[in-house]
Design a binder for this molecule. Structure first.
Ligand code: SF4
Length: 333
């Protein structure tokens, strides 16, 4: 793909402070070409305003692979940083090495701690980031404002109230926590960025979650400048745009996508597995059974991840992919 950078007329709107959900939704209806031009303008501006001191936070997934293609149009040798957390699908790690061998400027960094150690020290990532954070907060500091808000006590309008069905986690013998992302992803990235004085370009989209949509609206656009400068050039893209771009530009992506995986990221994370249509664990067990077995044996306070996951899934009437009908009958007794 070889495009010249076109800065659209509405480019200035990228920096509107008073963004509304309506404006975001309007942008999401733009054509793919309009979005590409918008993203190139965002990247160009971010690199220029930061004197080239930027890097692409590269996950090896399809979205950040597209973002790499766009960034390389503006800066051919843009630095791409991949954090090998130890939780990635082997297919993703293999793909990142392949891209590196093909000449993309990819640096691979690692956290100081392994996933097994994080889960043992801090707790399992269960249900969702928000739920895990609140459970951890309630267990460690039950009188804090955050803990009270989790029960809707301080602020009845609080955007997050802990659902009754996850309250059992408060009294479990094992810890539940959102520290895993911090230790495995954020800390190594922040350390790297600080050490080299670089600011990140990240391939997330507002359409991925309500939280990301709200963040985009609050920020008023794709770029944030200053001390915590960050660029999110794909913010207004939709999942369909990503696939259209891949098709139209014949973009090579990791082969894991051809095996039923819709979203990459950590292969055995407990966040989101409680949804009926989540196939992550089934795919992991199917494609990488040894890895699946290993992760299921990770422990916190003497309880295995398997036991914690079994209980979490049961709340929604679900089961681990390798647990059979016999076990189902046991639960029903
Ligand atoms: S996505 Fe899940 S497994 Fe991966 S770092 Fe975050 S909490 Fe840990």
């Amino acid at each position: 793909m070889n495009r010249s950078v076109f800065i659209p007329d509405n480019y200035k709107q990228v920096y509107l402070i008073d963004m509304t959900a309506k404006e975001l939704h309007e942008r999401q209806t733009w054509t793919l070409n309009q979005k590409i031009d918008h993203s190139l303008g965002v990247i160009d501006s971010f690199i220029a305003r930061n004197n080239g001191n930027v890097y692409l936070a590269y996950s090896g997934g399809k979205d950040s692979t597209i973002l790499m293609k766009l960034c390389e149009i503006i800066k051919r040798d843009i630095l791409c940083v991949f954090v090998n957390t130890g939780c990635e699908y082997p297919s993703i790690v293999h793909f990142v090495h392949k891209m590196q061998d093909e000449g993309h400027n990819i640096k691979i960094i690692r956290p100081k701690i392994t996933p097994r150690e994080v889960w043992k020290q801090y707790g399992f990532p269960l249900v969702s980031k928000e739920v895990a954070e609140y459970i951890h907060c309630i267990r460690t500091n039950p009188n804090s404002i955050k803990s009270q808000n989790a029960f809707g006590l301080r602020n009845p309008d609080s955007q997050f109230v802990l659902s009754d069905k996850w309250k059992y986690l408060i009294n479990e013998p094992y810890e539940t926590s959102n520290m895993c992302c911090k230790k495995l992803k954020k800390d190594p990235s922040h350390k790297f960025a600080k050490e080299y004085g670089l600011f990140p370009i990240v391939g997330t989209m507002a359409s991925e979650s309500k939280l990301r949509e709200k963040t985009y609206i609050r920020r008023g656009g794709c770029n944030v400048f200053g001390e915590n400068a960050q660029s999110l050039p794909l913010s207004i893209w939709l999942e369909d745009d990503i696939w259209q771009f891949i098709r139209e530009n014949n973009v090579e992506i990791a082969d894991i996508y051809s095996k039923g995986v819709r979203r990459t990221g950590c292969a055995a994370c407990g966040f989101g597995c409680q949804f009926k249509n989540d196939t992550r664990l089934a795919i992991l067990r199917d494609l990488y059974p040894k890895y699946y077995d290993m992760v299921m044996k990770f422990e916190n306070n003497g309880v295995t991840f398997r036991e914690a996951m079994r209980k979490m899934l049961k709340v929604n009437g679900l089961f681990l992919p390798d647990e059979n009908l016999e076990l189902k009958l046991q639960f029903d007794e």
